[in-house]
Design a binder for this molecule. Sequence first.
Ligand SMILES: [Zn+2]
Length: 423
Amino acid sequence: MVRSRWTASASKIFPRYFATKTKWTCSWNTQCLPCRISLDNSIDQVCTGFAAMSRKTFKYRLYPTRQQRERLQTTLDVCRELYNASLQERREGYKNCRAMLNYYTQANQLPAIKVLRPDVAALHSQVLQDVLKRIDKAFQAFFRRVQQGQKPGFPRFQGRHRYDSFTYPQTGFDLGPQLQLSKIGNVKIKLHRQLLGEVKTLTIKRENGNWYACFSCVVEPEPLPVLDNSTGIDVGLETFATLSNGKKIPNPRWYRAEQKRLRRAQRKVARRTNKQSNRRRKAVAILAQVHRDIFNQRNDFQHKESLKIIQQYQTIFVEDLRSKGLSRGILAKSVHDASWASFLDKISYKAENAGRKFIKVDPRGTSQRCPCGAANRKKLSDREHVCAACGLVTSRDHAAALEIQRLGRSLQASTILEIECVA
Ligand SMILES: [Zn+2]
């Protein structure tokens, strides 16, 4: 059973009974709906509301001087070189003598490398070690996927524009009025919000020529007062999302305007076919900035909307998008796909931190059934939901949200029943 990222990191006290029973069989033989749905995914993702420490990243803009900028860039270049070299060593070690190198064999060579290369010696030692840890992680992920029978990609050599960050895993930095970085200097930082929790690592990141400091902190959960309600959320194409009380979250106003800007920037790049030219390089930078703007706006919008949902509802039911198969077919517009998934991710981690419940349900048939249980066949073009059995007339998305809520509630009821049976 694959646990989602946030449950895996959530806590060691994650109750075992949620994970042990994976197949639900109806003890009363009523063949009720939840019994026919495999609980493999859903039960595992029940957010239990237990207090657990969680990791949060705080990101701040840096304003380095020209010299500091150069030093940051040099650090990145050296790190990238080390990354590529250690990757090559692993590849050739295996090719030539079937030797499996690990982190320690490579890290033990660092002192010798430093003697030969003063530019490597000029970097903070733990930053260098972290580069080798990244390579190790890439290989472990590769072998894990091989073992699971997936088709993994082999770890790649990183080009100049691909390698964008380096990490201080423990020491080498200090935050005062300025950010003190070992071997780089005191860098001006804009602390636009308070840093919370205990700082564990610091990653310095380059994005579109700007530099950022990302502090990964362990933070205490901030539980909200317990409520006695729930909601189902249907994500859709017409509106961004629909709640089961009929409330619609519309697609934001900026969306169309930004799409237009994006198209123009893309055309500009496409017209400038000489890959070496300065004019093309500038056009690419503009395109990257448009993408960044869209990302920022969307991120901000999603943070605000997910926070509202968390504040209003105790239990939140959503569709499990993994099995919806949106990545194929006519609706495969990556924009939609990505933004839904990240929206649900945000709800998920906020729910965990606030002691709310976040439950994913099987999305199959949620738009083809009435919340009363009767089948209700609809084509994608049918935007209205009209049920002959119970007389419910509403929009398609609202009916789906109601059905998601109903499914979720029945799942929840069966889970509680199960725990009682086991106990
Ligand atoms: Zn009905």
